[in-house]
Design a protein around this ligand. Structure first.
Ligand code: TRP
Ligand code: ZN
Length: 464
């Protein structure tokens, strides 16, 4: 589901992809093997747009094929297609059909190239079914962090940012192609599978297995899809506005988590007041144990925490539901639109709850010396894929927002925070969309210095 214009004109996307991958172009009806992301050129695929993933997964630990899956992908062809790619890393493909007919496929790296028995016509909606199995892998990012399929003490955990979803299901693994999901997971009896969206059914069969079906009806980027398998304490409540809350906590983390998680309703209400209507049909959290190497992730509806969260981290990951999950970056270059906003949410929370004001947080950061990490590169232009989660993206991104607030005043600033979330709700946006939006919202104000020095400029800006 793509609500915005194509990422790049086809010619440019192919010219870019040609340098790094084989790009078939449009002439022979092959969709490109990447959407031309400046940081992850092979991520995603050209030529089609997914509207829905139906994933049926079976988890059988300590067997030769711990994961068996069937993915049924509904997509619309954006051009005539004699072949197209899906992203899938590892796993064995057992069978593949397009529109119910056997299709041929080849694999090369993360590209699963599908050749339907009959070419697809531009504009056609088509269904691809992939049966696969094996031991899903863990992917190590250019920045050293790990995603994909991650074993835990009593199960497994799927985390996807930025390119981890291809470890556990085939798809168009790029934030520019959002879709709805039905995720069904069967696990050994006694374990539980938690995912995005809302739980529809949970049944235990005579065969000693439990099947849970989860449905996500608002568009979701692949990197936000999750499955958490293990033992969990489940708490189901509703917010005062009726929104369902589903919280799953590893029993070992329950005591340490309870005080902070009890504040989830209060945080959600504060965020709705400040950011506008919540974009999804349920909320919650997943807490599991991932040791020191763990990181939190804003998995849609239900952010993941690698252990008992602190309040600031809960505020941060829930803020991503507006900024990142609903308004999703067009490419990985625009990561500061996620992290700068979620970090600024922490500053605002502190200011509203008797902690440091955002100005104090800003001032403390500005005192950092010129060679500090926070000034290493401009937030809108990380130096490489290895740096998309570095301090300039988070802290200096938040400083950009604070500079805007200082320029327009509080009333207009909160209008911008809410208006930005509303304007691109369930869509994709980039930095140019954001700067244009801010300028439209504050006619007569001059932002050129902020853009030049804070957003795009190298080094520490000369003035706070
Ligand atoms: N998005 C996460 C957060 O700040 C952090 C994170 C996890 C991340 N994995 C990543 C950032 C991979 C960039 C790339 O809440
Ligand atoms: Zn974040």
């Amino acid at each position: 589901m793509s609500r915005s214009a194509p990422l790049l004109p086809m010619v440019t996307a192919c010219a870019l992809a040609l340098v790094l991958t084989a790009c078939g172009g449009t002439g022979d009806g092959r969709g490109s093997a990447g959407v031309g992301d400046p940081y992850f050129p092979q991520a995603g695929n050209g030529g089609y747009d997914v509207s829905h993933y139906a994933l049926n997964l079976e988890y059988a630990p300590e067997t030769p094929t711990p994961l068996t899956g069937t993915a049924t992908i509904t997509a619309r062809a954006g051009q005539n297609l004699s072949a197209f790619d899906l992203d899938l890393k590892g796993m064995q493909v057992k069978s593949l059909t397009v529109q119910g007919r056997k299709a041929r496929w080849t694999r090369r790296g993360q590209e699963l190239t599908v050749r339907p028995s009959a070419a697809l016509a531009e504009g056609e909606t088509f269904r691809t079914t992939v049966r696969y199995s094996g031991t899903p892998g863990t992917i190590t990012d250019p920045d050293g962090s790990q995603e994909g399929w991650l074993p835990t003490a009593d199960g497994a955990l799927a985390l996807g940012e930025p390119t981890g979803s291809m470890a556990w299901f085939p798809g168009n693994d790029h934030p520019s192609d959002k879709a709805t999901y039905d995720i069904t997971v069967t696990v050994p009896k006694g374990l539980r599978a938690v995912s995005n969206g809302e739980l529809r059914t949970e049944t235990t069969t005579g065969a000693g297995r439990t099947t849970s079906t989860w449905r996500t009806t608002q568009p979701m980027a692949t990197y936000l899809a999750t499955v958490a398998i293990g033992h969990y304490d489940i708490t189901r409540t509703t917010l005062s506005n009726g929104l369902p809350v589903y919280v799953a906590v590893d029993p070992h983390e329950a005591a340490a988590s309870s005080k902070v998680l009890a504040r989830l309703p209060e945080i959600m209400e504060w965020e709705e007041y400040n950011f506008g209507p919540y974009p999804f049909s349920s909320t919650g959290a997943i807490v599991d144990r991932r040791g020191d190497a763990g990181y939190a992730l804003e998995t849609q509806n239900r952010p993941f925490f690698p252990g008992a969260p602190d309040t600031a981290t809960l505020v941060h990951e829930l803020a991503h539901q507006w900024y990142g999950d609903s308004v999703t970056p067009k490419t990985w270059r625009d990561m500061w639109l996620n992290e700068g906003f979620a970090t600024y949410a922490e500053w605002l929370w502190s200011e509203d709850h008797d902690g440091d004001t955002a100005q104090q947080t800003f001032d403390a950061l500005y005192r950092s010396g010129g060679d500090a990490d926070v000034w290493a590169f401009p937030p809108a232009e990380p130096t490489s894929a290895a740096h998309i989660s570095d301090s300039p993206v988070y802290e200096r991104g938040a400083m950009v927002l604070h500079k805007i607030r200082r320029t327009v005043g509080d009333a207009r600033f909160y209008d911008i925070l809410q208006g930005w979330a509303a304007a691109h709700r369930h869509g994709n946006a980039d930095t140019a969309d954001f700067t244009a939006y801010v300028e439209r919202m504050a006619p007569g104000k001059d932002f050129s210095g902020i853009w030049k020095d804070w957003l795009y400029g190298d080094g520490k800006p000369a003035h706070p």
